[in-house]
Design a protein around this ligand. Structure first.
Ligand code: NAD
Length: 259
């Protein structure tokens, strides 16, 4: 179904764990050239991931970059393009809660950490990638694309203490619509995969009792699995599947909330 992903050059930020790694697996399985990224490089882990993804059929390379830093965003794009000769697909997946704070305790440092991790990182990654995506579309005659990982929190405000995180994801959902207006002429598409509650390290620290209560609030009665989210990235990335789809948000949340 995603056969046209073969040989496509895809950079996935935040992809040594969780949904980013699951997305990297599906692209590797379809013969893509995959750049994986993390802010840290624990070599044993990275080596194992590279071995696994290569065995699946991908041409895979790891790039360490802390996307909280704009200079690292620029270098990541440069390094990826130098390695693979261009870029066809950017997936802005790196992100996280960045801590919980009630409104009355929020200071500038907290605000900047959460916004930089989830919003500025995607903004800068997209900014530096645009010239390469534009070139990809012009040379291939197919659309290039940016996919960002949003969140159900963007739609419903997030849990107590996670308001800035939720707002950062709503910011991302919204700015995609602006980018559609600016870059559709360049044949670049922009779409969001918006997960609900997915079983990753994101939920580390929650008690079994809390996890059970959350699961019971989901119509499907359970957390999602990373491999249940990954095909949504492949769908948006495939020109054959989604060449006429841009500016959309795909919720993958077990029915947790109606869009
Ligand atoms: P995860 O913690 O399993 O993986 C996060 C990945 O991002 C890791 O590879 C980590 O190394 C990387 N990363 C973290 N900070 C980074 C930085 N500064 N620079 C570069 N890489 C960095 O998380 P996950 O649950 O798979 O989350 C992936 C995305 O999905 C995030 O944007 C998150 O906000 C979003 N999300 C998660 C859920 C959920 O329930 N798990 C729900 C909605 C949205």
């Amino acid at each position: 179904m995603f056969n046209d992903l073969k040989e496509k050059r895809v950079l996935i930020t935040g992809s040594t764990a969780g949904m980013g790694l699951a997305a990297a697996r599906i692209f590797a399985q379809h013969g893509a050239k995959v750049g994986i990224n993390s802010h840290t490089a624990q070599s044993a882990d990275v080596d194992a991931i590279l071995t696994e993804l290569t065995a699946l059929g991908g041409d895979v390379a790891f790039f360490q970059a802390d996307l909280m830093e704009t200079s690292d965003c620029e270098k990541l794009v440069q390094d990826f393009v130098a390695h693979f000769g261009g870029m066809d697909i950017l997936i802005n997946n790196a992100g996280g809660l960045g801590g919980r704070e009630n409104l009355e305790n929020i200071d500038d440092a907290f605000y900047e950490r959460v916004m930089n991790l989830n919003a500025r990182s995607a903004l800068m990654m997209t900014k530096f990638s645009i010239p390469h995506l534009r070139l990809s579309a012009a040379e291939s005659g197919e659309t290039a694309c940016v996919i960002s990982t949003g969140s159900i929190a963007a739609r419903e405000g997030g849990g107590v203490g996670a308001g800035v995180y939720a707002a950062s994801k709503a910011w991302l959902h919204d700015i995609h619509r602006n980018w559609v207006k600016e870059f559709t002429k360049d044949n670049i598409r922009f779409n969001i995969v918006s997960p609900g509650t997915i079983d990753t390290a994101f939920h580390d620290g929650k008690s079994d009792e809390l996890r059970g209560a959350i699961a019971n609030s989901i119509p499907m009665g359970r957390f999602g699995r990373v491999e249940e989210v990954a095909p949504a990235f492949a769908f948006f990335a495939s020109h054959a599947c989604a060449g006429y789809i841009t500016g959309q948000i795909l919720d993958v949340n077990g029915g947790q909330i109606a869009p």
